[in-house]
Design a protein around this ligand. Structure first.
Ligand code: OAD
Length: 248
């Protein structure tokens, strides 16, 4: 493993050479926008067991409590704007002909920054899904509901989020796996890399020969397999590494 400064990185040369690039992001990329991470000191899971709120069993037991938690999260996300890391990701999307952004985040801040090729592994907080038909609809309500929101068909709606114990959307996972399998450059930004199958995507890319770079203030289980590791906040590091400066 090599530790390098942002200014001695192979990233600029690889981007200039239009290498096939995959960018995997986690909650850390949105931290500087004010969206809480999951496992940090002020993380969303702090003091809560995820099974209490983010499982199908929790929803079956008390759907209103689960909706109330998601509406609270929506309110927080609604007050947040993309930060320079999101803008740098969108810039990369514009630069590269073969590019895939894969995010574990459900806040849609990548799209708000202008990223177009985004795979949302864990769903989207701004969508709801019919528990009977499986249809997905945009849902931007932030008020705590008095009763469980309903689909036009009468069945309960649920957040369009992948909960613990649930499989990822097969099409999204297949597309993410295919991208990782053919990546030449894999950037891993702001994820603790402990949740599967997301955490396996950089490993897969590494196995097939991709150059793997991690950006994270802390060490993760992936750090040891990376070619470059950069320690620090994504909003500073990513634009610096890419040589991207946001328009004033
Ligand atoms: P975590 O909260 O587990 O990890 C956040 C990571 O971001 C940590 O490794 C931090 O060191 C890093 N970090 C914190 N601040 C940062 C900053 N300013 N810049 C860069 N990195 C920073 O979040 P995820 O890895 O995204 O799943 O968690 C993965 C999944 O676990 C989530 O998608 C969610 C959760 O359970 C579901 O809800 C299905």
């Amino acid at each position: 493993m090599e530790y390098r400064t942002p200014f001695a990185s192979r990233i600029p040369e690889m981007v200039r050479a239009r290498k096939r690039t995959v960018l995997l992001t986690g909650a850390g990329v949105s931290a500087e926008s004010g969206v809480p991470t999951f496992r940090g000191p002020d993380g969303l899971w702090r003091g809560r067991r995820p099974e209490e709120l983010a499982t199908p069993e929790a929803f079956a037991r008390d759907p209103l409590a689960v909706w109330a938690w998601y509406q609270w999260r929506r309110e927080r996300v609604a007050a947040c704007a993309p930060n320079p890391a999101h803008h740098a990701c969108a810039w990369l999307d514009r630069q590269l002909p073969e590019f895939q952004l894969i995010t574990q985040n459900v806040d849609a801040l990548h799209q708000a920054a202008g990223s177009r090729r985004v795979l949302e592994l864990h769903g989207c907080i701004w969508k709801a899904r019919c528990t009977r038909e499986g249809t997905v609809q945009e849902d931007r309500a932030t008020a705590i509901p008095e009763s469980v929101p309903r689909c036009g068909c009468g069945a309960a709606l649920r957040p369009h989020i992948v909960w613990f114990g649930e499989p990822l959307d097969g099409g999204v996972l297949a597309a993410a796996t295919a991208a990782a399998r053919t990546a030449e450059l894999m950037l891993v930004v702001g994820t603790s890399a402990v949740v599967e199958p997301a955490a396996s995507l950089p490993r897969l890319a590494r196995q097939v020969g991709a150059y793997v770079v991690e950006l994270n203030p802390e060490e993760t289980p992936l750090s040891a397999l990376c070619h470059e590791v950069h320690r620090g906040p994504a909003a500073e590091l990513l634009p610096a590494l890419l040589g991207y400066e946001a328009a004033p």
